[in-house]
Design a protein around this ligand. Structure first.
Ligand SMILES: [Zn+2]
Ligand SMILES: [Zn+2]
Length: 351
């Protein structure tokens, strides 16, 4: 099969590789139809990372079932499916209680199977395959990994109706967070520096948008909250901006409020100066959020598919670019340079 392999300098090359086999009777093989590029993927772009050399990447994917093991009952050959890529070892204490996003072996496990979207074929255990209703396209489904990340963060935040919410970052994660908060009855202010991202946020229902290089977001949230600050702040920018956006999040939140860290960090130690005395004295809660799994009885991945099917979330306005797998490097360049290209969500069409 055709696959995009990571090069030594952190770009991609298209190569012919062996197709994966079904390792167990309850596993499924799918032809990938669409794969997304997200902030996590972009953090590895053009970076020399020994351990990723020749790996297949990509974790936001949808496709068509082409083969099933003898014990598979959940899907059939020919089904259109969303493929969940958060896969734990299945046997540790966290996996046993469906907190598999906290599995100590999460990354090695998922990288060995479902975290291989930039290829023609992928395999995974049947419970990671969610059948798509007719009206949900492969491209729509590809955004559901991102939305499930937001849903998990919202569950951790304890958001309730009429909450005053600030979101930092209007990329796919921040925009998903916005739609989820609006669907839950919050009043939302969203902050970014890219005008076209903020225009989209407005169309998706933001009550207030702030272009932070032109306007002070702290003054804006105070004006919206009788001077208190937000009940909940979601940091959805992550990466290089974190040394600025995390301190900003702690200034946007009210006393006794919560800051949820949704955006990602690079590996290793990161020094970010925070006003710890003020954070302590105003009892601000910092909540790190990672991927998604279950909330109570419900799969967070299945929940966002349900919300999308019921018209509570939108996808098409976010999908600004589509490239065939062969042009993956151009797709990454386009996604990376969103300010110039107007990119929000960039998808790869495969097969
Ligand atoms: Zn992602
Ligand atoms: Zn585990």
């Amino acid at each position: 099969m055709k696959a995009a392999l990571k090069t030594a300098d952190g770009r991609f090359e298209i190569a012919e590789v062996d197709a994966p086999d079904l390792p167990a009777a309850d596993w499924v093989k799918a032809r990938v139809r669409m794969a997304g590029i997200c902030g996590t993927d972009l953090r590895h772009w053009e970076k020399a990372e020994e351990e990723l050399h020749c790996c297949i990447m990509g974790h936001e994917l949808a496709g068509e079932v082409v083969e099933i093991g003898a014990d598979v009952t959940r899907v059939a050959v020919g089904d259109r499916v969303l493929i969940e890529s958060v896969l734990g070892c299945g046997s540790c204490e966290w996996c046993r209680v469906q907190q598999y996003n906290r599995c100590p072996d999460l990354y090695p496990t998922r990288r060995a199977s479902v975290w291989r979207a930039y290829a023609e074929l992928v395999v995974g255990p049947q419970h990671k395959f969610h059948k798509l209703p007719d009206q949900i396209g492969y491209d729509d489904a590809t955004l559901l990994d991102t939305y499930a990340v937001g849903l998990h963060a919202q569950h951790l935040s304890g958001l309730t109706i009429n909450a005053r919410v600030a979101i930092i970052g209007a990329g796919p994660i921040g925009l998903g967070q916005l739609m989820l908060a609006k669907a839950s009855g919050a009043e939302v202010l969203i902050i970014d520096t890219v005008p076209h991202a903020l225009e989209l946020a407005e169309r998706l229902g933001a009550d207030r948008v702030v272009q932070s290089d032109h306007e002070d977001p702290v003054a804006a949230i105070r004006a919206m909250t009788n001077g208190r600050g937000a009940d909940i702040v979601f940091e959805c920018a992550g990466g290089e901006s974190m040394p600025d956006t995390l301190p900003l999040a702690t200034r946007l939140v009210r006393r006794g409020g919560k800051v949820v860290i949704v955006g990602g960090f690079d590996a290793g130690e990161t020094s970010i100066a925070l006003e710890w005395q003020r954070i302590q004295m105003s009892e601000i809660t910092l909540i790190p959020s990672a991927s998604f799994a279950f909330h109570d009885l419900y799969s967070e991945q299945a929940t966002v598919l349900d919300l999308l099917t019921r018209g509570k979330l939108r996808t098409q306005e976010l999908i600004t670019h589509r490239f065939p797998l062969e042009r993956i490097n151009e797709a990454f360049e386009t996604a990376q340079d969103g300010r110039r290209t107007g990119a929000i969500f960039v998808g790869l069409t495969i097969g």
